[in-house]
Design a protein around this ligand. Structure first.
Ligand SMILES: Nc1ncnc2c1ncn2[C@@H]1O[C@H](COP(=O)(O)OP(=O)(O)OP(=O)(O)O)[C@@H](O)[C@H]1O
Length: 660
């Protein structure tokens, strides 16, 4: 295996040359991961392995179709078998017609004798057509229901898993594959039904051929199996390619967004990132094209060899028929039926092999979906371990919150982000978490909000561990304004109402919450006030500034009248007036409701009941503003530094003052 796995050279720059050789040398994300080994083994399974998996895959397809819509699934199955049977009857009727037409006697008599079989042929053809239409209609109704069923199941899981799942890149990979798997579910159901149809036709035609001459069966197999084998091999190659390029496609998608979306447009220009991103794009696409070419060559070679061998074998079949005819070993009517039957069998077998290939490959994609659901289940909240009982509903109100020796280490990190932190917060207190970037404030807040589970230690809500309470109920008792808040693409009022989505959005409450976060006047200035859609990508949608979004986020948190409010950097983008209004609103909670406040603007934490200073995940200082200032520790240094920024006003003597 290549040892060059990072695209950065020793100077840390990204190489300018496009080298679409080994994709693993292009970007570090392309390094094969251990978890792909099992998938690769499956993708490399022999063609016979396909047959081994087929029953399981078709069972899965039928089960999912059955769950989505029983009536339509039954209708498709019955109509498919009916249509296949009609095909066999059609062939038998054709043979009957030929026998009558090739018999002795005057032509009008022969035609008359053939009429009943002709009527049969017309009837079975019409019935077959009608059943085919029925299958089409039933499938049209069935497939969207299948898609909805599997996609909804996916979203049920992705919205329920714990936050830590999103730190895991395997989870992200699995999700991409699973998304493809939801589309594959439709294909799997459709192709499984088509496979049944093909098999029924094939059986019918094979019976007819064997009836004419058993030897023709061998010829038939020789004429069709190579092309079928080639089709199956080609399916494998395509699947392997999908597997190999999953990470690359994700990277390509990210790059496409970075270069085409408005969020990144301004920074892209101001930093002159255009050439840098285009170079990365060239590398990713170079590797992608190299892979696609390799796959296309293998597919073409495999299918061409299959077609050549199949063509030679078919010629052999016709030669054999000719020999049998010349020797008088087979009547002309039977030989003609045989040619028709061989062609029909070839079509049926081609359909079957094609469908087997598609069932197999769409089944592999669907397996990714099934596998992802299993992975996601591993991330579902696991409450009250070992207790075997339902978690208790959370009583209203917070009396005391205890953080007991809590640590959290992110999976890919050597050091814990929060390290053995202990803290007791009583009802009505305002606690400020301060500390330098990366000191663990947001991580601690996320654990207190019930969004992340500690790696060790425990947090107690009113004296009982979080995992003993109902998780959703607990989260309803906490309102959080996130540092990385999401810009929900809904109206301003919905954005605020989402803070308490389970209760009816009372416009008065929404307005009151907006006033507390200094958002009310700003919202009224929007073209449609509270009904303004906050998404520029839709018609009449509006874009907000960073500070305006921050006000909406704070309003959302205020709307949820929760006993515990966590505000993580709520004012980093606010103007001084809005900031003042927000902190006045926060101060008005003091003594009545509990607040945890994270901010780097230390002037805003002086009123807090307690200031907790974090450094590298540890609590290094704790006390009121006055107590901490008296200790001359880290807090004093940070506070003094910031205060000096306000005090050091330029004077008339200061250099540059004139120019200003
Ligand atoms: N999802 C994550 N996966 C891995 N590491 C993370 C993740 N989130 C945070 N970290 C790391 O954990 C440490 C603490 O991060 P955290 O966001 O809690 O710090 P913070 O004190 O809130 O910082 P800031 O003041 O910059 O907001 C940092 O080293 C950060 O890189």
């Amino acid at each position: 295996m290549s040892t060059t796995t990072n695209s950065r050279d020793t100077t840390g720059s990204i190489p300018a040359q496009t080298s679409p050789g080994d994709p693993q040398e292009v970007l570090p994300e392309f390094r094969p991961s251990w978890w792909e080994t099992g998938l690769r083994a499956r993708a490399n399974a022999s063609v016979f392995g396909v047959f081994a998996e087929l029953p399981g895959l078709t069972r899965r397809a039928v089960r999912v179709a059955w769950r989505a819509d029983r009536l339509r699934t039954s209708l498709v199955a019955v109509s498919t078998v009916g249509a296949g049977t009609m095909a066999a009857f059609g062939l038998l009727a054709t043979q009957r017609i030929l026998v009558e037409l090739f018999a002795g006697g005057p032509t009008p008599d022969r035609v008359r004798a053939a009429l009943p079989a002709l009527a049969w042929l017309a009837a079975v053809t019409a019935i077959r057509g009608g059943l085919g239409m029925l299958v089409g209609y039933a499938l049209n109704g069935l497939t969207p229901r299948v898609h909805m069923l599997v996609e909804r199941e996916l979203f049920e899981n992705t919205t329920a898993v714990e936050l830590r799942a999103f730190d895991d890149d395997q989870f992200a990979e699995g999700m991409e594959r699973a998304t493809r798997g939801t589309e594959a579910a439709i294909e799997l159901v459709q192709t499984t039904m088509n496979l049944f149809a093909g098999l029924v036709s094939l059986i019918a035609v094979t019976v007819a051929v064997v009836t004419v001459h058993p030897m023709l069966l061998i010829a038939l197999l020789v004429a069709t199996v190579p092309a079928g084998y080639a089709a199956l091999r080609a399916g494998h190659v395509r699947f392997q390619s999908f597997l190999a390029s999953s990470t690359r496609r994700r990277r390509q998608w990210v790059l496409q967004r970075l270069m085409a979306e408005r969020q990144s447009a301004a920074e892209l220009r101001s930093y002159g990132l255009r050439r840098f991103l285009l170079r990365l794009y060239d590398k990713v696409m170079g590797a992608q094209i190299a892979e696609e070419l390799k796959v296309a060559q293998r597919v073409t070679t495999t299918t061409s060899v299959g077609a050549i061998v199949g063509g030679i074998a078919l010629a052999g079949v016709y030669v054999l028929l000719g020999v049998l005819l010349m020797r008088g070993q087979i009547p002309l009517a039977a030989a003609t039926t045989c040619v028709i039957a061989v062609q029909a069998a070839q079509r049926a077998l081609a359909q079957v092999t094609f469908q087997i290939d598609r069932v197999y490959s769409s089944g592999q994609f669907f397996n990714e979906y099934v596998r992802f659901l299993a992975t996601a289940k591993g991330y579902l909240p696991n409450r009250a371990p070992g207790s075997g009982r339902e978690p208790d509903p959370v009583p209203d109100g917070l009396v005391e919150l205890t953080v007991g020796d809590v640590s959290l280490r992110y999976p890919d990190r050597d050091r814990p982000a929060v390290d053995q932190v202990s803290l007791t917060i009583r009802a009505g207190e305002t606690i400020a978490l301060v500390g330098e970037n990366g000191s663990g404030k947001s991580t601690l807040a996320a654990m207190i909000a019930g969004l992340r589970e500690p790696t060790s230690g425990a947090i107690l809500w009113n004296g009982r561990r979080y995992d003993e309470w109902d998780a959703d109920g607990l989260r309803r008792h906490v309102a959080v304004a996130m540092q990385d808040h999401h810009h929900w693409p809904f109206s301003a009022s919905t954005n605020i109402a989402m803070g308490d989505i389970d209760s009816d959005a009372d416009p008065e409450l929404i307005e009151a919450a907006a006033r507390r976060a200094a958002a009310h006047d700003m919202i009224l200035e929007l073209p449609h006030g509270y009904d303004t859609l906050l998404d520029k990508t839709f018609k009449d949608g509006q874009e907000l500034s960073g500070g305006q979004w921050q006000r909406i986020t704070a309003s959302r948190a205020f709307l949820r009248d929760a006993p515990l409010l966590i505000m993580d950097e709520p004012s980093s983008a606010l103007d001084p007036r809005a900031e003042d209004a927000l902190f006045q609103a926060l101060r008005s909670r003091q003594g009545r409701h509990t607040t945890i406040l994270i901010t780097h603007r230390l002037a805003n934490v002086t009123h807090a009941d307690r200031i907790v200073v974090l450094e590298h995940g540890h609590v290094i200082e704790s006390g009121t503003h006055q107590q901490l200032m008296a200790t001359d520790g880290v807090y004093t240094q940070l506070f003094t530094l910031q205060a000096a920024g306000y005090q050091n006003q330029p004077t008339a003597d200061a250099p540059g003052a004139d120019a200003a």
